[in-house]
Write a new protein. Structure first.
Length: 329
């Protein structure tokens, strides 16, 4: 049998030791880089001064460096610097983290800056996040919107939505409605009961089923019509109590909105009807149905939901409630 021996003169022990040490340090470096998560580079274009865009980019990169690191190292809590985001945005991110850990899936995001509904704000769409607790691929992979204040700090983080049909021609109002719906959806996902409480008018109706009953409200509030089917009608406080119970009973909640259509009232121009298809996925419960919202924009900074109607997805299309079903007095 042939035996092959290495001559020490060819491979001095000092060199072998150096190679082994280099390989060991390289392996540690690669492991540490993997454990710390990847970085996400942002490049923002158009509609904002170049120096402001750079500030926005730097803030977004700093925040998602922290998020990606927290995900890779399995941190139970999320720490975000106040140098890069407002307290409100930090709270939003931390609330989302409590229901589902997440990270940005892309190493580079190039996006066009858009004006938000507010005079001094800016928006960036297309921030792709992976949500750990998602029940389906659609739940796990979600697009988010970053909103920036005039100083370049992130002041809002919310799920991105796309409107299928929109009769609103005022571009600024369209942005405001879309922002409201994005915030509305994200508030459920982060279980922000106070935010939702403030969105509903004190006399708001919440209705589950196929029919409605008359109820008193403020002078200009809608007077629902009746139909041939039974339903459940709740006042605001009862609905909020039910929602609190749902939040407490479910570690994870994710709702998605699709097939969104928006219509403006013919006479009362600050009243809008929104119809959408809602999927509710949570730890203990799932359903799919049609959601209708009647929204009052009399005070544009604080729009109010006057009516919320949920109907099963099996309801025929011609029986799905819309703006025309609510005469406004």
């Amino acid at each position: 049998m042939l035996q092959i021996r290495l001559k020490c003169s060819k491979f001095p022990m000092r060199k072998i030791g150096g190679l082994l040490l280099f390989a060991f340090l390289l392996a540690i470096g690669l492991a540490n880089a993997q454990n710390q998560g990847h970085t996400t580079e942002f490049e923002f274009t158009e509609n904002a001064p170049s120096d402001l865009r750079r500030t926005m980019q730097n803030n977004a990169e700093a925040i998602f460096k922290s998020i990606n690191y927290a995900y890779a190292t399995q941190k139970s809590s999320l720490t975000i610097s106040g140098n890069n985001a407002t307290r409100e945005a930090i709270n939003m991110l931390q609330d989302i983290w409590k229901t589902s850990h997440f990270y940005c899936t892309k190493t580079k995001i190039t996006a066009k800056v858009e004006r938000s509904g507010t005079e001094s704000g800016f928006l960036v769409n297309g921030v792709s996040l992976f949500m750990e607790q998602g029940a389906t691929d659609k739940d796990k992979n979600q697009d988010f919107v970053l909103e920036f204040a005039h100083d370049g700090k992130i002041n809002s983080v919310r799920n991105a939505l796309y409107i299928k049909q929109n009769s609103v021609t005022d571009l600024r109002r369209r942005h405001i409605i879309l922002n409201l719906l994005e915030n509305f959806r994200t508030a459920y996902n982060r279980k922000d009961l106070l935010f939702l409480y403030n969105m509903f008018n004190n006399d708001a109706l919440t209705i589950d089923g196929k029919s409605m009953m008359r109820t008193s409200g403020r002078g200009d509030s809608p007077m629902p019509i009746t139909s041939n089917f039974d339903n459940i009608v709740h006042a605001k406080n009862k609905y909020m109590q039910n929602l609190r119970n749902a939040f407490n009973q479910n570690e994870y909640i994710n709702i998605t909105f699709d097939e969104i259509s928006v219509a403006q009232h013919d006479e009362k121009k600050n009243i809008y009807g929104v119809t959408l298809r809602q999927n509710w996925n949570s730890t203990s419960y799932k359903d799919e149905g049609w959601l209708f919202l009647l929204i009052d924009f009399d005070i544009e900074d604080t729009p109010q939901i006057l009516v919320r109607v949920w109907q099963p997805i099996s309801v025929p299309e011609n029986e799905v409630f819309s703006l025309s079903d609510f005469p406004i007095r």
